[in-house]
Design a protein around this ligand. Structure first.
Ligand code: ADP
Ligand code: ASP
Ligand code: MG
Length: 319
C-alpha cells in the first residue's frame, strides 16, 4: 500500500467545523486504501497569540521555554483531530514531534531537521492507524523541544514524506495552489499547474508565504513531489517537481515595501521581458537601488516604498 502525507495549515484547522472538513478529506483517502500520515499546524492564529503572551510576560523570553510554549499549538490541533477521527470510527493516533522521531539541531525557533527515526510512525501505520503528527517541532540532542521557524509545518510534512518514501506530499491551505502572485493581493493572479523546485524555492525565499522555503529544499533533495491544494474545494492544485519549463514567468513576489522579484526560467536570455520591466520602471519614474538578474530571477530593490499598482502593471505585462 502506498503512503501519502497530507499537511493542513492553520486556517484549515481553525475551529471544530473546519476540523470536520479536514477529517472528511482524510477519511476519503483512507477508504481508498492509502497509508495516511497527516501533519497539522496550530489552529488559526494560535502561534501569534502564544508569541504575544510570552512577550507580555518577558521582554526577552527564554528560547528553550518559548519553544516548549510554541510547540503546544500543534499538540492541541493534532490531538483534537485524532479525537474527532476516533469518534467517527477511524483508528488514529496523534504524535508530537519527538514521538514521531524528529531530531533537530539546537537552534531554537529556527531548528533544522537532522534525521527522522520513522520506527513509531511505521508501527502505527502497520496497525492500520491514521498517524497525525504535530508539525513545526522536533527534539534536540538534549531531549529539549525545538521549533522549525514560522511556517515550519510544511517542512515537517515534506521531511516525513522523504523519510517514509511517500508517493506525494499534499499541502492543504486556504489557497488552491501557487499563483502568479499572491491572490489575496491581486485578484487577477492566475493559478499555476506546475512549477520546478528551483522556481518554487525562489518564490518562497523571496517571502511568498505559500510554502516554507526549507520544505522545497528537502523536496528537491529527496525528489518528493509537493502538491499544494485547497482544503475547501476539490480543484486541481499546483504540482512542484523537478520538471522545468523554459522561458515562462512563473510568479511575482512583492516583499516588504520596496522589493519586487520576478521568477521564471531563462531570465538572462529573455530580453523582451527585461525591457518590459525596465519600461514600467521608467514610465513610473521609480528610483532603483538594485536591479539583479540571474537565470531564474529578476530582483529589484527600489529606493522608496512601491505601491501595489506597480505589481499589477508588471503582472499584467508579463504574465
Ligand atoms: P497555511 O496557514 O495553510 O500554512 P499560509 O498562510 O502559510 O497557509 O500560506 C497561504 C497564503 O500564502 C495564502 O493565503 C496567500 O495569501 C499567500 N501567498 C503569497 N504568495 C502566494 C502565491 N504566489 N500563491 C499562492 N498563495 C500565496
Ligand atoms: N504554527 C506555526 C506558525 O504559525 C507553524 C506553521 O503553521 O506551519 O508559524
Ligand atoms: Mg504556511
Amino acid at each position: 500500500m502506498d503512503t501519502i502525507v497530507l499537511k493542513f495549515g492553520g486556517s484549515s484547522v481553525a475551529d471544530n467545523e473546519k476540523l470536520k472538513l479536514v477529517a472528511q478529506k482524510i477519511t476519503g483517502l483512507y477508504e481508498k486504501k492509502h497509508n495516511i500520515v497527516v501533519v497539522v499546524s496550530a489552529q488559526g492564529k494560535t502561534t501569534d497569540k502564544l508569541i504575544e503572551d510570552a512577550k507580555e510576560l518577558s521582554e526577552k523570553p527564554n528560547n528553550r521555554e518559548l519553544d516548549v510554549l510554541l510547540s503546544s499549538g500543534e499538540q492541541i490541533s493534532s490531538s483534537k483531530l485524532s479525537l474527532l477521527l476516533n469518534k467517527m470510527g477511524y483508528p488514529s493516533i496523534s504524535l508530537t514531534g519527538w514521538q514521531a522521531g524528529i531530531y533537530t539541531n539546537n537552534t531554537n525557533q529556527n531548528a533544522i531537521i537532522k534525521c527522522i527515526n520513522t520506527g513509531r510512525i511505521r508501527e502505527e501505520l502497520e496497525d492500520g492507524k491514521i498517524v497525525i503528527i504535530a508539525g513545526f517541532q522536533g527534539i534536540n540532542e538534549n531531549m529539549d523541544i525545538t521549533t522549525l521557524g514560522r511556517g515550519g509545518s510544511d517542512t515537517t510534512a515534506v521531511a516525513i514524506s522523504a523519510s517514509l518514501g511517500a508517493k506525494n506530499c499534499y499541502i492543504f491551505s486556504d489557497v488552491d495552489g501557487v499563483y502568479t502572485t499572491d491572490p489575496n493581493r491581486l485578484p487577477q493572479a492566475k493559478k499555476l499547474s506546475a512549477l520546478s523546485y528551483e522556481e518554487m524555492l525562489e518564490i518562497s525565499s523571496e517571502g511568498a508565504k505559500v510554502l516554507h522555503n526549507r520544505c522545497v529544499e528537502i523536496g528537491e533533495k529527496f525528489k518528493v513531489p509537493i502538491i499544494t491544494k485547497s482544503t475547501f474545494n476539490n480543484k486541481p492544485g499546483t504540482v512542484i517537481s523537478d520538471i522545468i519549463e523554459e522561458n515562462t514567468i512563473k510568479s511575482i513576489v512583492k516583499k516588504e515595501v520596496s522589493r519586487l522579484s520576478i521568477i521564471g526560467n531563462g531570465m538572462t536570455r529573455n530580453f523582451n521581458n527585461l525591457k518590459l520591466i525596465l519600461d514600467i520602471i521608467e514610465e513610473n519614474k521609480l528610483d532603483m537601488l538594485e536591479f539583479h538578474v540571474t537565470e531564474s530571477k529578476v530582483s529589484i530593490t527600489f529606493k522608496d516604498k512601491i505601491a501595489d499598482d506597480i505589481l499589477e502593471k508588471i503582472h499584467e505585462k508579463l504574465v
